[in-house]
Design a protein around this ligand. Sequence first.
Ligand code: PMP
Length: 399
Amino acid sequence: MPLSFASRLDKVETSAIRELFKLLGKPGIISFAGGFPDAAMFDVQGLREASQQALAEQPGAALQYGATEGFDPLREELAAFMRAKGVAGVDAQGLIVTTGSQQALDLLGKTLVDPGDRVIVEGPTFLATIQCFRLYGADVVSAPIDGDGVQVDRLEQLVIEQRPKFIYLIPTFGNPSGALLSLERRRRVLELAVKHQVAVVEDDPYGDLYFGAAPPPSLLALSSEVPGSRELLAHCGSLSKVLSPGLRVGWLVAPPELLSRATMCKQFSDAHTSTFAQATAAQYLRSGRMPATLATVRQVYARRAAAMGAALQRELGDAISFTQPQGGLFFWARLTGAGGRLRDAGEFARRAVEQGVAFVPGAPFFATEPDQSSFRLSFATADEDKIEEGVRRLARALD
Ligand code: PMP
């Protein structure tokens, strides 16, 4: 019998980026393509001790089925982690643990999106989010961004025109944009949410990865200053980028009626996030090692970002334009076409692989109106020497 698949799959496709990843097996290739943190920075010793403690102190809980909402000691630690970042009034009951923040996004899609609903995202935004919301039938529309994040005037206009179910934003060091939404724009986003009674999803896996001064408060932290906004806000957090993506520990903060529905859907999906991973994460956060871990990753990524910015400026000059990121893992750049050089980032990516360096073209990160000249470079997994060499190869690919 031939297999007959659900029609919802017609709305999504295997990402173009995956096709490119197949080329990465080439020996000697320098990759700026991935969205991964650097495995060399995982606090292996700290996690080993945390997992041993989890097994020694709570073997039953760490290995048994658990509550769908999450392992309570971890929920307490995560709430304290959020409060330390200026989020008032969040406690363990106000969040659920998810299997990575990716699952939180899936649960939001499942609980909020009906086929045909509009969802507004940044153009560009995280590709998996676009695909995930489309899987539930959303019509995903892009709002333009600039160096300060989403353009709020355009966003408001789109809200009025499209009447979206919700707005999805990565306000702090977006993937792929690296952009940081200014404080003034954060306030305006919350105000327009209240004015138009539209929900906002804040995805924040990179907020802790800042290189200099701390970024403005998250939308969630700021929501206590904008009456009525907290009831319209969902916030996704993650330990993936600062500690370990393999742990698959993320969380969702949302109003109670949304949190209870998301919990119900999670129950049908994976019952709960790995109790062993949760108990390990709880022990880790309790161990007091997180501040030192954060300081290390910030320092290493800051050096790499500085090296990449300087090398791009030196080697590619006016052939590209970009904003130096203040945190996160990514440079977002555009081919300017200056001097009659290449404008198409897809072609640039193919030529780059021939020169031994990989990155991802930007067009797939747009839900609508793709910018064919844009591309994303990750500086996370290459050391400074590799970054220098990789950027020289990029320059050769452009010539
Ligand atoms: N949101 C954004 C913006 C991301 O870049 C990622 C990871 N690339 C995720 C969510 C998912 O991360 P995780 O599930 O590991 O928490």
